[in-house]
Unconditional design. Structure first.
Length: 260
């Protein structure tokens, strides 16, 4: 079984497209690349239902889409027997995580993907010279992992996306990161890191092996042609770390299927 559980519905020019017709090209690319099932995980801050949670301009100015439209498009795709799952990329919002979960609870999610993009309100992945990187490298990693542990422990997400994101610009603590103990979630192996400055898969082999958590596979594709991109590298990493199964979700229940 091969899954790609981190996709953002866009058209060929990377414009947001929450409709069934935009989903179909992702399905076609998946089939061509031997991906059995795909899951869509739009960013939670794109939806006006969550507007009250955001204080930063980056998120608040993007809250213009309707969550019901997005969900309806995926539900219709499933009704047409397309091999898709309904997910969402849910940001860490600290003490307001329960509030965000309450907003999302009425919808028929197959899984929720958890992400930490900011620490102390500062973005990790926007620039190597600004945002969180105005703080010491060790502090950024420490704050990030603290947020990741909190998000995993919340029970509000099922998978952690790009779980060692702070390596994006190649900056690591002296002696390497101190990987956290995580429970109750899966980790995604993402090929998207190969197209970031660090040029590596997320997560590192050491993190993956130390975590000992179930896995999913992800491309983080924002255009249909990137579905399943570089998955032979993801499979190689998974097998090197001893994995023989991949996690498949339905209605937020996980099961293990043979990998590849």
């Amino acid at each position: 079984m091969i899954v790609d559980y981190h996709l953002h519905p866009r058209d060929s020019e990377e414009r947001i497209a929450h409709r069934v017709e935009a989903i179909e090209p992702f399905v076609e690319t998946a089939a061509a690349r031997g991906v059995d099932e795909i899951g869509f995980t739009e960013h939670v801050y794109y939806f006006r239902q969550t507007r009250e949670l955001w204080s930063r301009r980056y998120e608040s100015e993007r809250c213009v889409y309707d969550l019901d439209d997005y969900v309806d498009a995926l539900v219709e795709a499933k009704r047409r027997d397309l091999p898709v799952k309904l997910g969402l990329e849910v940001d860490h919002v600290g003490e307001r995580q329960d509030e965000l979960a309450a907003i999302l609870r009425p919808y028929p999610w197959d899984y929720l993907l958890g992400s930490v993009h900011n620490v102390d309100g500062l973005p990790i992945d926007s620039s190597p010279d600004g945002g969180a990187w105005t703080l010491p490298v060790d502090e950024v990693w420490g704050l990030y992992f603290a947020a990741l542990v909190e998000l995993a422990a919340s029970g509000h997400v099922d998978v952690l996306a790009h779980p060692d994101l702070p390596k994006i610009f190649g900056m690591r603590p002296a002696g390497g990161p101190q990987y956290p103990v995580l429970e109750g979630v899966a980790l995604e192996i993402s090929t998207n890191g190969r197209y970031k400055p660090v040029g590596e898969l997320y997560p590192d082999f050491e993190f993956l092996q130390a975590a000992g958590l179930p896995i999913t596979l992800a491309s983080d594709a924002h255009v249909p042609e990137n579905v399943g991109r570089d998955f032979p590298h993801a499979l190689e990493l998974a097998r090197a770390a001893g994995y023989e199964t991949v996690t498949v979700f339905e209605q937020r229940r996980a099961r293990q299927e043979p990998l590849g």
